[in-house]
Design a protein around this ligand. Structure first.
Ligand code: UD1
Ligand code: UDP
Length: 369
């Protein structure tokens, strides 16, 4: 009899990173793949599902404007419960550190269903950074039965958390699998019509809860100062639809030349825009893992990162959220050519494009036991 694997996800980054896993499960006769989306992020999730042609079996459709973490938590738990009871999967798969991932794990635990955690073991060991993601992933790891750690360092973090070694499989990050498909295309976004073809593109994203308010103000100020100083730079900023982000971005970047605010891009556009950028400024998690495959330096707009592997190779630079420090890092990229070029030719420490296969193999082994 086929083993039933239920993949549960709800946000854009989870969908991008789970798409290659869902495809791999669908291609193997031994598994029945069931996809449940919480739609914690309605529009941004749908964009990804369309690109990867994933048709969910269940859609909880829970997103509300400016949702609080508690509301989100309770809606996921209550709406998922009857589906778990009815489907009784052999394993559920969750990804990373979102509220969907943690709460789906909690729901599965209440039904005594095995939990596989994809992208397990990332840590800052700082309860409030990133918030609430650090505790979401620690709590998900607490509840899981099978751990797909992207790197040796994430495995080490799990061992430190007293997880038994035989439950951990180092797979690489599935985002590298996704990139091999999305980057086959070119970048043809309408924003190109507003831009000087000779300019150097800087891609900006910013959405973390702990950056709301003053840190985001300092980040945006540094971007404004940067384009004033370096006339050859143009910034493309796909603005996250969170009202806390959107309000601040539209207010601060109003009428500033060479800063282009656009709607969230679909993942094919976004990855190809990364490919054409001179460098990237971001507080995103996933972008830190994608940039090394494309040889693009990232100024990481955070105080800490759970992805230190890229700091060691230099392709990521943790610049914090203070205007002065961010601008100093921009100056280094813009004035030191040798340094810039040394960053752009590197292997990706986060994966080799085979993670989904390793995950499917490991699930097969686990379910034979
Ligand atoms: C969530 C994740 C975060 C991840 C991010 C990716 C948690 C706690 N955090 O944070 O780890 O980095 O997603 O984007 O799970 N909205 C829309 N349409 C969308 C998406 C969001 O309108 O397609 C707006 C809604 O008003 C929503 C708000 O953004 O209430 C916040 O979305 P939510 O997913 O709760 O939080 P993020 O901060 O995006
Ligand atoms: N991304 C996208 N369109 C955008 C911005 C980002 O497809 O306009 C992709 C990006 O390539 C990465 C993922 O979304 O794969 C990161 O999502 P986000 O930054 O929202 O979340 P995080 O990774 O910080 O959890």
């Amino acid at each position: 009899m086929k083993k039933k694997i239920m993949s549960i996800f709800g946000t854009r980054p989870e969908a991008i990173k789970m798409a290659p896993v869902v495809k791999e499960l669908e291609n193997r006769d031994e598994f029945e793949s069931v996809v449940v989306i919480t739609a914690q992020q309605r529009e941004m999730l749908d964009q990804v599902l369309e690109v990867f042609e994933i048709i969910p079996d269940y859609d909880l459709d829970i997103m509300q404007p400016n949702q609080t973490l508690s509301e989100l938590t309770s809606r996921v738990l209550v709406k998922l419960d009857p589906i778990l009871a009815k489907e009784q999967p052999d394993v559920i798969l969750v990804h990373g550190d979102t509220t969907t991932s943690f709460v789906a794990s909690l729901g599965a635990f209440y039904h005594q269903i095995s939990i596989g955690h994809v992208e397990a073991g990332l840590r800052t060991w700082d309860k409030y950074a990133p918030f609430p993601e650090e505790m979401n992933r620690q709590m998900t790891d607490c509840l899981s039965d099978l751990y797909f750690a992207p790197t040796e360092l994430s495995k080490k973090n799990l061992l430190t958390s007293n997880i038994k070694e035989e439950k951990i499989i180092v797979t690489g990050n599935t985002v590298v699998d996704a990139l091999s498909e999305t980057t086959l295309h070119g970048f043809n976004h309408p924003v190109m019509e507003e831009m000087n073809p000779a300019s150097k593109k800087v891609l900006l994203t910013c959405h973390r809860r702990e950056n709301f308010g003053e840190p985001m103000k300092q980040i945006f100020t540094s971007v404004i100062e940067m384009v004033k100083k370096y006339k050859e730079l143009e910034v493309i900023y796909p603005v996250h639809p969170n009202p806390n982000v959107k309000a601040q971005a539209t207010e601060m970047f109003k009428n500033i030349e060479r800063i282009h605010l656009v709607e969230p891009m679909d993942v094919i556009d976004f990855h190809n825009c990364m490919k054409e950028s001179y460098f990237i400024m971001s507080d995103s998690g996933g972008i830190q893992e994608e940039a090394p495959s494309l040889g693009k330096p990232v100024l990481v707009l955070r105080e800490v990162t759970e992805r230190p592997e890229g700091l060691e190779t230099g392709i990521l630079k943790l610049v914090g959220t203070k205007t002065e420090t961010i601008l100093a890092a921009v100056d280094e990229l813009m004035t030191n050519k040798e340094y810039y070029q040394s960053l752009t030719k590197q292997d990706n420490p986060y994966g080799d494009g085979q993670a989904s296969k390793r995950i499917a193999d490991a699930l097969g082994d686990y379910l034979k036991k």
